[in-house]
Design a protein around this ligand. Structure first.
Ligand SMILES: C[S@@+](CC[C@H](N)C(=O)[O-])C[C@H]1O[C@@H](n2cnc3c(N)ncnc32)[C@H](O)[C@@H]1O
Length: 250
């Protein structure tokens, strides 16, 4: 399937309205992969924060945050404040309690869908995980463009999503979502004028589920202005192309 303009936003919201506000709920019964997921994301985030011209650590945005699983376990430990976007009322109302003792680090909670979100601040990291399949290609490109324009000086967009092995976009009618291929994501990044500086495949996930990839994206112009962005502080390597890795081989 290549035309995913058939995504029904109301149906997606109705689907999530019936899901309990738990880790198992937001992970579709795969709550047991949460720890491995967070560990993989931590390695990826740490490698980004070790780059020359690394993003700052003042403000992150957790997009399609569910009950705040990523906010709590990944972003709050690294950022001074974390803003959240989540359209489901029950999920967004759970976030503060779920985060618990570090709740003072939660910034603004936006109860809105990504396709309607207009950023008002500048972000160091915009983290999108297991949510972009709910947007049509057109809305996704426009949303990424808005996020790109809302990045702080060295800010980055991170995407962590399932991708198909079939090479084509697959539709799920249960929650009106799509799973895109790597090629489809590359086209979307290009249309949004984003450059992929790092890509890692998540490891330590059970077999039989979609492969999961992480991408770090920066505005296109920034890379030509400073191609040394890819040199890591630890190695000072001179790689200027996209760094491709598994999450246990940063
Ligand atoms: C699979 S859960 C992932 C939650 C969270 N990112 C995580 O990894 O724990 C998908 C989330 O996306 C939200 N969602 C669905 N459609 C959305 C949209 N159009 N805009 C923003 N969020 C959406 C759902 O309410 C749900 O919280």
């Amino acid at each position: 399937m290549n035309d995913n303009s058939q995504i029904d936003y109301e149906l997606s919201l109705k689907y999530w309205a019936d899901i309990p506000p738990t880790v198992d709920g937001v992970l579709g019964g795969f709550g047991f992969i949460s720890n491995a997921d967070i560990e993989g994301s931590k390695l990826f985030l740490k490698s980004i924060l070790a780059l020359d011209n690394a993003p700052g650590t003042d403000l992150a945005l957790d997009c399609g945050a569910g009950i705040g699983r990523i906010t709590k376990h990944l972003l709050i430990p690294y950022f001074k404040k974390v803003d959240v976007i989540e359209p489901d009322e029950k999920f967004i109302n759970t976030i503060v309690d779920f985060v618990g003792q570090d709740k003072s680090k939660i910034g603004t909670l936006y109860k809105v869908s990504l396709q309607e979100f207009e950023p008002e601040k500048k972000y160091d990291i915009v983290w999108n995980q297991w949510v972009l399949g709910y947007l049509t290609d057109e809305d996704l490109v426009l949303y990424l463009q808005r996020c790109r324009d809302a990045l702080s000086e060295h800010g980055m967009i991170v995407i962590k999503e399932n991708v198909t092995s079939s090479g084509i976009t697959e539709k799920d009618d249960t929650d009106s979502s799509v799973t895109r291929s790597l090629k489809q994501y590359m086209k979307i990044f290009k249309r949004a004028n984003l450059y992929r500086i790092k890509q890692c495949k998540q490891t330590n996930f059970p077999s039989g589920i979609y492969p999961v990839y992480m991408f770090a994206l920066v505005p296109n112009g920034r890379v030509t202005e400073s191609s040394h962005i890819m040199k890591t502080r630890s190695t000072r390597s001179s790689i200027v192309n996209t760094q491709i890795c598994n999450n246990n081989k940063q």
